[in-house]
Design a protein around this ligand. Sequence first.
Ligand SMILES: O=C(O)c1ccccc1N[C@@H]1O[C@H](COP(=O)(O)O)[C@@H](O)[C@H]1O
Length: 219
Amino acid sequence: MVRLKYCGNRSADDVQVALASGADYLGFIFTESKRNVSPEEVKRWLALASLGDKQLVGVFVNASVDQIASVTEQLPLHVVQCHGHETPAELAVVKEATRLSVWKAIHHDDGALETMKQYAGVADGYVVDSRVAGAWGGTGVSFDWEAVPRYLEEAARQGVPCFIAGGITPDNIERLLAYRPDGIDISSGIETDGRKDPAKMKQIEEKTKQYLAVGKGAK
Ligand SMILES: O=C(O)c1ccccc1N[C@@H]1O[C@H](COP(=O)(O)O)[C@@H](O)[C@H]1O
């Protein structure tokens, strides 16, 4: 199974579309970004529909534990995603304060696998994203997916899931599916003119379903 996370929802329409989709997780950006949202807005949008069995992820970048807790106290988040340079010790403090699962974003580069090893026993999951100068995420840029098996192996060794992010679109998702990631995390690739696009989500879901049904893939 490959879990799907649709991230960067930034309007009531986005939330409706994502809730009607086949996503397992809906993500919201609580950091500087064109996709930035406030907890008050998200609370309003969520009140308009039922969450069903979907889980909510809050994305933060180098936020203080107080800033994160002030969001998790207002919203029924299931996961806190730390997408900056938070240390293992800082992650542990966030886990303790929020009592939620905490995922760490790892930005792909030569040292990223070693960095990931430092979070063993603390991170409840990983999102491996592209490293792009001047941005933490949501870039629409993909990294060299030949590195994906190394991240999946390390996450499996730690007993936690590993999502792949960065520039995933309906046009390239099959190439990524060959590596059988635990999860796929998409922001830009499911948007048209800045809005979440149900047709792109459908393409993502159909390709994922078809790919897995015929048993293709690297593992
Ligand atoms: O989506 C954003 O705007 C964002 C901003 C700051 C940090 C993380 C952000 N999103 C994360 O980036 C990837 C998705 O990127 P892409 O647009 O699909 O290339 C994903 O992990 C989001 O959670």
